[in-house]
Structure formats: structure tokens, C-alpha cells
Design a protein around this ligand. Structure first.
Ligand SMILES: [Zn+2]
Length: 286
């Protein structure tokens, strides 16, 4: 029995067919099209990946339980897009659509770095910051399926403008694109490479970035009390270089650090494939 999952990213759509254990059997990638062509691309990717009675799709933003994309701030014009209903009608199969970071969290929880935990938070640091929450051995979706939008928790009132239309959101300070802002125009890779050579400017950027990441992780710990926080997303390839600093700042930012168990900070196991794997598994097991 195999399952198909597709992760809709800001720049590419990544589709996989996996077995019951999340092992990838087939994989395809296409550039993310304009929103008007999204549903037809998803349909043709499903056909290309072969027969399956289920399809899971992870999309950034606010997704209803029925699979309608209500709003996706990084995808221009994506409001009320009926991804789930349209594909269900086209193929007559079960289609499960959820927030992309929730899908990634599910994969890391089932077959990755948070395996075995009953309480976990997944944080994806990419263009923005996504989140998925496991509470008491279940995915936490909230009343409308909109829970886990941790990138848009405000860490600085009247701070930097955010794509969501508000200001001071955490993802403006602690994501991959935030590294560009903090460094004055360098990419995350450039910042980490320069820091590795001892460049003073890059080191101070990395230090500030680690502090911003840690502040958010400490707030998430106050809210969720997780056993483990899994850190994934595009920034994570270079994350080993900042993990020690994040860990130190995180402990310093924790509420009553000396009186509590500290959540383990873990780098994601599944890398950029987590969203697609989680989409496939969640649809197959629903
Ligand atoms: Zn925001």
C-alpha cells in the first residue's frame, strides 16, 4: 500500500509516493505556478505519481478542514481556493489538505526527529516560519484548522512589516528571509559561511538571529510545554553552526529555567521532504 503527498512551496511543488513507513518510492518536482493553475498542476502530479486511493496536500497558510485555502500570504491572489473539493471531484478519491508545516510536523512526529513524543512542536525556518503542534499524542489543529501559525506571533509591537499585513511578527526576525534583513542583504548561506571564517559582522548577525529564534522557542515552550522542539526548513542545512548559540539563548530566555525540564532542541530528520512525506502519510492514515 502506498500513499501520495504533495507539498506546495513558495517556489516549487514537491510530490512523493511513499510506503507505510514514509519511505519514498517516487518523487517529482515542478515550479509552483500562478494560483489559477495550481489545481490543474496538482492533478497532473497526482496522475504522474501513479495510482493511489488517497492524496495529501500541504499548502502554506490558513486551510479549512474541507481543504479550502482561505488565505496564503506568500502566494499572490490565493484566497478561497477549493483545492480539496476540486481534486476530490476530479478523481473521486479522498483528498486531505492541510497547512504545510502541520504536514511536516506530522512526518517528523511519525517517522522523524520527534518520533515517540507525545508533546512536540515543529518549527520550520524558511522564507517565513511555519509551525505544527502535537499535544497529548495528537496533532493540534484548533477550532478551524488554523492553529500553529507561530511565525505570526508578534514579538515586537509596531515592528517590521509582515506579509500577513501586520507588524512585528516573529518570522520577520527569525526566518531565512530575516537573516537577509538582519545582515543588510546577505543570504542565509552567505551569512553562515562568513561567520565560519570569523567575520565579525556575520558573527554578530548570527548572534542576533540566534537570540530571535530563542525568544520564540521560549514562548512556545511556555504555551505548549513540549518534550522536543524540532527545527526544520531551508535554514536548517546551516543550522548546526548556530544550534549551540540558540541552545544557550533558549535556556536564558526560558521561564524558571532552573526549575523545569528543558525541551530537547532537535534538527529535523526529513529535511525539505518532510512536508510531502507528512502529506502522504496523513492522507493514507486518515
Ligand atoms: Zn505576520
Amino acid at each position: 500500500m502506498s500513499h501520495i503527498g504533495i507539498d506546495v512551496g513558495g517556489t516549487k511543488c514537491h510530490g512523493v509516493r511513499v510506503d507505510q513507513n514514509g519511505v519514498i518510492l517516487e518523487e517529482v518536482r515542478y515550479p509552483t505556478p500562478p494560483v489559477a493553475e495550481l489545481i490543474s498542476l496538482l492533478g497532473s502530479m497526482f496522475e504522474e505519481l501513479g495510482a493511489s486511493s488517497t492524496l495529501g496536500i500541504g499548502v502554506p497558510g490558513l486551510i479549512t478542514a474541507d481543504g479550502i485555502v482561505k488565505a496564503s500570504p506568500n502566494m499572490p491572489g490565493a484566497y478561497n481556493v477549493p483545492v480539496g473539493p476540486a481534486l476530490r471531484e476530479q478523481f473521486g478519491i479522498s483528498v486531505h489538505v492541510e497547512n504545510d508545516a502541520t504536514m511536516a510536523a506530522y512526518a517528523e512526529w511519525q517517522v522523524g526527529a520527534a518520533r515517540g513524543a507525545r508533546n512536540a512542536v515543529m518549527v520550520t525556518l524558511g522564507t517565513g516560519i511555519g509551525g505544527g503542534i502535537v499535544m497529548g499524542g495528537e496533532l493540534h489543529r484548533g477550532a478551524n484548522g488554523f492553529a500553529g501559525e507561530i511565525g505570526h506571533m508578534v514579538v515586537q509591537r509596531d515592528g517590521i512589516d509582515c506579509v500577513c499585513g501586520r507588524r512585528g511578527c516573529w518570522e520577520r526576525y527569525a526566518s531565512g528571509s530575516a537573516l537577509r534583513t538582519l545582515s543588510g542583504g546577505m543570504s542565509g548561506e552567505e551569512v553562515f559561511a562568513a561567520a565560519a571564517t570569523g567575520d565579525a559582522h556575520a558573527l554578530s548577525v548570527v548572534h542576533e538571529f540566534a537570540d530571535w529564534v530563542a525568544v520564540g522557542l521560549a514562548s512556545l515552550t511556555n504555551i505548549c510545554d513540549p518534550e522536543v522542539i524540532v527545527i526544520g526548513g531551508g535554514v536548517v542545512q546551516s543550522f548546526a553552526t548556530v544550534m549551540d548559540e540558540v541552545q544557550t539563548s533558549f535556556v536564558a530566555a526560558l521561564y524558571s529555567a532552573e526549575w523545569r525540564a528543558h525541551p530537547r532542541l532537535a534538527v529535523a530528520d526529513l529535511g525539505e521532504r518532510a512536508g510531502a512525506i507528512g502529506s502522504a502519510l496523513i492522507a493514507g492514515r486518515a
